[in-house]
Write a protein that binds this ligand. Structure first.
Ligand SMILES: [Zn+2]
Length: 408
């Protein structure tokens, strides 16, 4: 419990590093990012790790193993935050990694592989509008076009990197593609209500869901709300509304989530039949085939209902990201450990994106979810209990031991 309380106190200490007078916001390559790296680096050093900042600005620590040159196991998550953030999203995973190494170091114990901890500098995409910048640099999938991305103050990423002391031309040095770790573990708060609902402290992530987004446009005919008879109407909004509830029903049947979060109705007057509606569609599932089947089914229903209502449909895809599967052997290792600890190893999908998505292109990944109160995140009310943090630390430590046994 003492170790868990210390992790919580460190989360509190990092919460002080904010560019807002009240509330937490810590963005990539800012003065607060520099201070966070410094503090986290000091904790890594205290835990017996060699410490460096990589070419993308992530803070990295390495605790040597007993076998020289063995590929590493990496524990990581991110240190940046959204505006008005909580204090655990991302940060907790990094600090759990450091605490697990601290425990090994305290017993002078070496595993047959190095254990590294990474505090990624950018996951949320707040400053430059692109997410997972630093974990993509780590995975070797950095996109050179990112250097021209601009923040709200019109500073481009290349200039921000230089200001942070990072030469943009050296970015490839952050890539671990030439010496990939054999596994990446990311403990993270759930950011959803499932664990709390099931009264469980921890969960094992199956996959980080893939997401497809579309923009649909439905054209009918605008008309006078008083004079246009119902049977002659081509009401674009009535058609779109039917589409929204059909999408909801499909997602419930197909074990996926689907959302219409934006809807624009024109001309948008109280006394005019809607002539044109545009709406967004966001569909996610832990399995790409299941998600794609739902999309195809919805597209067919949408086409059919528009035809029946004499509406003209246009539909285009705006985003497509594949699901990232967690490695079965890492899911099994977490599950075995949770059973040993006496808690049910519930497996669940992650509906939110995480650094593990990017790292999955480099090596096997596993994610452990930690219960958070009311499923709240990206908000100052984000909260976890010290007891659950103690569960998470115990699970992480045992998983490292478990993997060590498998590799000796
Ligand atoms: Zn996060």
């Amino acid at each position: 419990m003492a170790a868990a309380r210390r992790i919580m106190a460190r989360c509190d200490a990092l919460a002080e590093l904010s560019d807002l007078a009240t509330g937490i916001r810590r963005v990539y390559l800012s003065a607060e990012h520099r201070l966070a790296n410094k503090r986290v680096g000091a904790w890594m050093r205290e835990a017996g790790m060699a410490v460096w900042q990589d070419a993308a600005g992530s803070i990295c620590g390495r605790y040597a193993g007993s076998v020289e040159d063995a590929p590493a196991l990496v524990v990581g998550s991110h240190l940046d935050t959204v505006p008005n953030a909580g204090r655990y999203d991302g940060i907790l995973g990094v600090l759990l990694g450091i605490a697990a190494v601290e425990a090994l170091n305290g017993q002078a114990r070496r595993l047959p592989f190095p254990v590294e901890v990474v505090g990624f500098g950018e996951e949320e995409g707040v400053r430059f509008g692109t997410t997972l910048i630093t974990s993509r640099a780590f995975a070797g999938t950095w996109d050179a076009n990112w250097l021209t991305l601009r923040d709200a103050a019109d500073v481009d990423l290349a200039a921000a990197m230089k200001g942070f002391g990072l030469p943009p031309e050296a970015i490839a040095d952050a890539s671990r593609a030439a010496n990939p770790p054999f596994a990446y573990l990311e403990p993270h708060i759930e950011q959803g209500p499932v664990l709390e609902n099931r009264n469980l402290p921890l969960g094992v992530v199956n996959a980080i869901v893939g997401c497809r987004r579309f923009l649909a446009r439905v054209d009918g005919a605008a008309g006078h709300a008083g004079t246009m008879p119902m049977r002659l109407r081509r009401d674009a909004l009535a058609g779109a509304a039917e589409a929204v509830t059909r999408l909801e029903a499909l997602a419930r049947r197909r074990d996926a989530v689907a959302t219409v979060g934006q809807l624009d109705c024109r001309p948008g007057a109280v006394n005019v039949v809607p002539g044109t509606v545009e709406f967004s569609v966001d569909v996610r599932a832990g399995d790409d085939a299941r998600r794609d089947a739902l999309v195809a089914e919805f597209e067919a229903e949408l086409t059919g209902l528009c035809a029946a209502r004499n509406l003209v449909l246009s539909w285009r895809e705006t985003h497509d990201a594949s699901a990232a599967q967690c490695a079965p052997w890492l899911q099994a290792a977490f599950s075995d450990v949770l059973r040993e600890l006496g808690t049910e190893p519930l497996s669940l999908d992650s509906g939110a994106g995480h650094d593990a998505m990017a790292v999955a292109e480099l090596c096997d990944v596993g994610m452990l979810f930690i219960r958070c109160a009311d499923g709240v995140s990206h908000h100052p009310d984000e909260s976890v209990t010290a007891t659950d943090v103690a569960w998470a630390l115990a699970a992480l430590q045992r998983t490292l031991e478990h993997i060590a046994q498998m590799r000796t």
